[in-house]
Structure formats: structure tokens, C-alpha cells
Design a protein around this ligand. Structure first.
Ligand code: ZN
Length: 95
């Protein structure tokens, strides 16, 4: 049985070719073929979102106002002045 502590992307085409070579296919054979299937290299995409950083300040007229002064990454907490497609610290793709 495969351990499930991480992902293990397999090459489905290679697995299909190996299955086609089998005369008899039972559960144990399929399990063994999956365990032996070649893997493919993939990059896991981490997603996050920009959370507006809102500050309250008092104007020279003495009025309290709020303004968005930046954006915080929901994954790592990094703050940036502008919303960008990716976080500059954790490289999450922003939704
Ligand atoms: Zn981040």
C-alpha cells in the first residue's frame, strides 16, 4: 500500500501502456503497476489572496478617515503596496 504523506503524480500514458501489456489484470497487479508507474515532475500551485490593510488616520481638519495602505498575503502575511499576481515572499498565486 502506498503511503499518503505527499502527492505522487504518475505518467498515466506509461501506466496505460503497461496495462495493455498485461494478460491478466487483478487488483494486486494494478496496485503493483501503480506503485511502479513512472512519476512526472509537477509544480504544486499554492493559492492565496490579497487582504487589504486598512489604516485609520486623522486629517488636518480633525476628521478620522480610513484608507487602504497595502495588501497582506493570506498565506504568509507578507505586505505589499500593490496587489500583484504572485506573492513576493511565498510565491503563492493570488486569486
Ligand atoms: Zn505570501
Amino acid at each position: 500500500m502506498l503511503e499518503r504523506d505527499s502527492i505522487r503524480p504518475i505518467d498515466a500514458y506509461a501506466l496505460e501502456e503497461n496495462l495493455a501489456k498485461c494478460a491478466v489484470v487483478d487488483k494486486d497487479t494494478v496496485r503493483a503497476m501503480i506503485a511502479d508507474a513512472p512519476t512526472v515532475e509537477v509544480e504544486v500551485v499554492k493559492y492565496a489572496e490579497w487582504i487589504p490593510v486598512i489604516k485609520t488616520f486623522t486629517t488636518v481638519a480633525g476628521v478620522d478617515e480610513t484608507a487602504v495602505v497595502g495588501y497582506r498575503c493570506s498565506r504568509c502575511g507578507e505586505e505589499e503596496i500593490r496587489r500583484r499576481p504572485y506573492c513576493g515572499k511565498c510565491n503563492s498565486k493570488m486569486r
